[in-house]
Design a protein around this ligand. Structure first.
Ligand SMILES: Nc1ncnc2c1ncn2[C@@H]1O[C@H](COP(=O)(O)OP(=O)(O)O)[C@@H](O)[C@H]1O
Ligand SMILES: O=C(OP(=O)(O)O)[C@H](O)COP(=O)(O)O
Length: 403
């Protein structure tokens, strides 16, 4: 993989450099609640600008449906990037249209432009090679060189991640180099006991990683929206909780295999439930009830692990040597459902283990809840990406940079 340092040695002054970043930051309306992913790509963008490149930054945000949707605009992220750079950043209101072309043509050496959300175009995420390729062709017209630095999205076979680097000279940015350097350590000589904590909401995306973890980890702690498919697989009612019904047989098989292999699954013994998802705008008190995990009442949804589970999870993390954590334990964005996530973060800090926290929301959670980032071994900007890297899978965005 050629790195950005090689590109800088070749010289970038006056060249249009496309930086595929992951600016998929958590938003409250148009307010960025954690700018970690923007800060993470800053070294690459700043260095290219200093060297006189005309920098074109592109990213996705959220999961819009292949058409413009103002709720997923990258405008707030572009503004924040400008503040952090201490420079004016141009913003294109489309990705490959008139606005994008004008923004790129208007760049002088050392200036930065941000394109609108890549996923406002169906070609970005299409499963059809030709459709993705056609979109990548249009992106390629905007640049002379490609720098991949959106680590959080390297597991996606998307046009800007996979097809575009094949069309331009390509290099890895500083963030990707750092992330891969740290995560590589967890694929080789991992110190035991090795615990993995899995939570969050992208359940169908991430359940599959357990197949691999059963060969690698000593202990797997399940939290967040993951919990309920496990409880259902054990024959319990989960009310209105997040449930991946089609995955129940798979989870049953995981539970069996874990027994055979001596891998310990840790599930919550109690959960916080409510009749509805909390109001994230007003953050009005949600008045959750604490119930036993095997007695979730009909119509109630589990939104955090309960107080007994917090103690249990902390105890399962103190004697570990390595911990990888992806996915919040509950809907931490609401104060009534933040304690499970807080307890796991604190347990990681208290443990002597080498700790890696991965994922946009997980990384945001530890900062939003007031923890010192430096108290963790590594905070990765990618959740799904780091999990798939640990699985040893070929990640499209890394393979494309190697080719
Ligand atoms: N029990 C739950 N039900 C629904 N959503 C949940 C639950 N627990 C956690 N979440 C949500 O999961 C989201 C983060 O999930 P995910 O994107 O998978 O994590 P990451 O970005 O760290 O990889 C958070 O927004 C949080 O509110
Ligand atoms: O937030 C992200 O991943 P993560 O939640 O696994 O950390 C990345 O920006 C990828 O987004 P996607 O899962 O919508 O492709």
């Amino acid at each position: 993989m050629k790195t950005i340092d090689e590109l800088l040695t070749e010289g970038v002054a006056g060249r249009r450099v496309f930086v595929r970043a992951d600016l998929n930051v958590p938003l409250d309306g148009t307010t960025i609640t954690d700018d970690g992913r923007i800060r993470a790509v800053l070294p690459t963008v700043a260095k290219l600008a200093e060297a006189g490149a005309r920098v074109v930054v592109a990213s996705h945000l959220g999961r819009p449906k292949g058409a413009p949707d103002p709720a997923f605009s990258l405008a707030p992220a572009a503004a924040r990037l400008g503040e952090l750079l201490g420079a004016d950043v141009a913003f294109a209101t489309d990705t490959v249209g008139d606005s994008a072309r004008a923004a790129v043509e208007g760049l002088t050496d050392g200036q930065v432009a941000v394109l609108e959300n890549l996923r406002f175009n169906a070609g970005e995420t299409s499963k059809d090679d030709a459709e993705r390729g056609a979109f990548a062709d249009r992106l390629a017209e905007l640049a002379d060189v490609y720098v991949g630095d959106g680590f959080g999205a390297v597991h996606r076979k998307h046009a800007s991640v996979y097809d575009l680097p094949a069309r331009l000279p390509h290099y890895a940015g500083y963030l990707i180099a750092t992330e891969v350097g740290v995560l590589k350590k967890l694929t080789t000589d991992v110190k035991r006991p090795y615990a993995v904590v899995l939570g969050g909401a992208k359940v169908s995306d991430k359940l599959g990683v357990i197949d691999h973890l059963l060969e690698k980890a000593d202990r797997i702690l399940i939290g967040g929206g993951m919990v309920f498919t496990f409880l259902a697989a054990q024959g319990h009612e989960v009310g209105a909780s997040l449930l991946q019904e089609d995955q129940i047989p798979v989870v049953k098989e995981y539970i069996e295999r874990a027994k055979e292999r001596g891998v310990e699954f840790v599930l919550p013994v109690d959960v916080l439930v409510a009749g509805e998802f909390p109001d994230m705008k007003t953050k009005a008190p949600a008045h959750p009830a604490t119930v036993a995990a095997d007695a979730i009442p009909a119509g109630q949804m589990g939104l955090d692990i309960g107080p007994e589970s917090r103690k249990l999870y902390a105890s399962k993390l103190t004697d570990t040597a390595t911990v990888f954590w992806n996915g919040p334990m509950g809907v931490f964005e609401h104060p009534d459902y933040a304690e499970g996530t807080r307890a796991v973060a604190q347990a990681l800090i208290d443990s002597p283990a080498f700790t890696v926290v991965g994922g946009g929301d997980s990384a945001a959670a530890v900062r939003i809840l007031g923890f010192d980032e430096n108290a963790f071994g590594h905070i990765s900007t990618g959740g799904g990406a780091s999990l798939e890297y640990l699985e040893g899978k070929t990640l499209p965005g890394l393979a494309a940079l190697e080719g």
